[in-house]
Design a binder for this molecule. Sequence first.
Ligand SMILES: *[C@@H]1O[C@H](CO)[C@@H](O)[C@H](O)[C@H]1NC(C)=O
Length: 199
Amino acid sequence: MKASTITAIIAFTASAIASPVYKVAPVLRTRDAAVAAARCANAANPGICQSVVETINGWDESVNTVNDFLNRAPLLAGQDLVNLENIALQLALNEPGFLGILKSTPGISPQGLAAATTLGQVFPAVPQNLQGLVQGTVTLTDAINNINTIRCPSILPNISLLWVEAARAAGADTPGFALGPNFCPLLPANVGDGYSLDV
Ligand SMILES: *[C@@H]1O[C@H](CO)[C@@H](O)[C@H](O)[C@H]1NC(C)=O
């Protein structure tokens, strides 16, 4: 198949899945990571609860950094673009560590565990494409399309589910869902952005 044909197929696939994929998030109790961590004093195991809150907060920052890359990279060139690619790659490489911590939350539900298992399978496409960009083996357009194609319908909703289920198991406040890039924003009816106050 010609490269131009493949590009057209990827572009079509990407636009076909652009419709919002998220369900409505549960009602939030707290919108601040420091407050949520403090309220872990009431949890059965405050240390585990705090670790879950901190992990979700760190993961949220990583998600938002990759979103920022997806939104702004097409507008940049030269060193600015290289810098943004490297920042996104470094943050994306943190995500398997976050995944490992939340997946091992004691008492996590089967749905939370299933989301973690799915993430372990689909997530590597993100750092692989960012790595390819940094190394010059993937074009920017292809990398962005490849990442959006897997991240919008699979990665972001499963991250959101894992956050909610890990928080529930640890007795932490319910976090908001992971935000998406402009290409697949979170539905307005949903509450987003982990424990961040910025939304
Ligand atoms: C998790 O990803 C799988 C595989 O792409 C998908 O079928 C499923 O709907 C996702 N989970 C949620 C909660 O969206």
